[in-house]
Design a protein around this ligand. Structure first.
Ligand code: NDP
Length: 249
């Protein structure tokens, strides 16, 4: 397949662990300039150093996706360091699942802020550039919880259904407006990352741990899918990827 990744500049949110880190390492190994954002500066520094030591290109900056100005600053960093931005991988998220009756309202609000508003802030940051240059690729992580309903995922799943709806409407509008902005939405199942650490409801945490211990696969598999999507020629898009363990029902 033709190489459409080398030289592309890709912003990755939530790049300090899990899917974001794996994607950063893979895309950099394939020749992309990666621009990493998350709150843990020490982790970003380590990952960027490892990428650069291996001959790749990585810039990083602290990012809280709930802050629009910090999202804008990621675009500025990409332009200042690599001369532009070609794609953004909207990956930052958290999953403090719990039954509604537990009334973990702070966690509900946090999920809305990070999983929904964080995605909106990232899109708002890149849209002026992508619209002006009439090209750009916006990739976002939803979840299988954005396709199916699960007890414990009333709010988490709701945030991921939002991502699905938003991305599909963005795709349709971009096509009709002729901006050449492509979209790809990923729906991962059980992927072994730090995500379960965000669950504070003990019963939910135990149930999820059992599921992930049985089925979970490496975040490298999601990175492969992101690389596939980014490598597609400019006239082609695969809009949705449901991806997870082959043996997870
Ligand atoms: P991790 O917990 O390993 O990664 C989450 C990332 O999000 C971290 O880099 C974290 O960095 C970042 N993050 C969290 N809050 C913020 C914030 N406010 N601002 C910026 N970055 C933030 O889990 P995953 O890799 O699994 O999660 C990545 C995405 O994949 C999430 O959107 C998740 O919902 C989704 N997903 C994961 C599945 C799985 O099974 N693992 C399945 C389906 C979807 P830091 O703490 O340094 O800010």
């Amino acid at each position: 397949m033709t190489d459409n990744i080398t030289g592309k500049t890709v912003i990755i949110t939530g790049a300090s662990s899990g899917i974001g880190e794996a994607t950063a390492r893979l895309l950099a190994a394939k020749g992309a300039n990666v621009v990493l954002g998350a709150r843990r500066a020490d982790k970003l520094q380590q990952i960027a150093d490892a990428i650069e030591s291996a001959g790749g290109n990585a810039a990083w900056q602290e990012l809280d996706v709930t802050d629009p100005a910090r999202n804008d600053a990621m675009v500025t960093l990409a332009k200042d360091t690599y001369g532009g931005v070609d794609a953004i991988f909207l990956n930052a998220g958290l999953m403090p699942s719990s039954p509604v009756s537990a009334l973990k309202t702070n966690e509900w609000n946090r999920m809305v802020d990070v999983n929904i508003k964080g995605v909106l802030n990232g899109v708002a940051a890149v849209m002026p550039t992508f619209t002006a240059q009439k090209s750009g690729h916006i990739l976002a992580v939803s979840s299988v919880a954005g396709l199916k309903n699960y007890p414990g995922a009333a709010v988490y799943g709701g945030t991921k259904w939002f991502v699905r709806n938003f991305m599909e409407v963005l795709r349709m509008e971009s096509a009709t407006e002729g901006t050449n902005i492509r979209t790809a939405t990923l729906y991962p199942a059980a992927i072994n990352t730090e995500l379960l650490g965000t669950i504070t409801d003990q019963q939910t945490a135990e149930g999820m741990k059992g599921l992930y211990d049985t089925f979970g696969i490496s975040p490298d598999r999601i990175a492969d899918v992101v690389a596939f999507a980014l490598n597609l020629p400019a006239d082609t898009t695969v809009n949705e990827f449901t991806v997870g363990p082959a043996n997870q029902p």
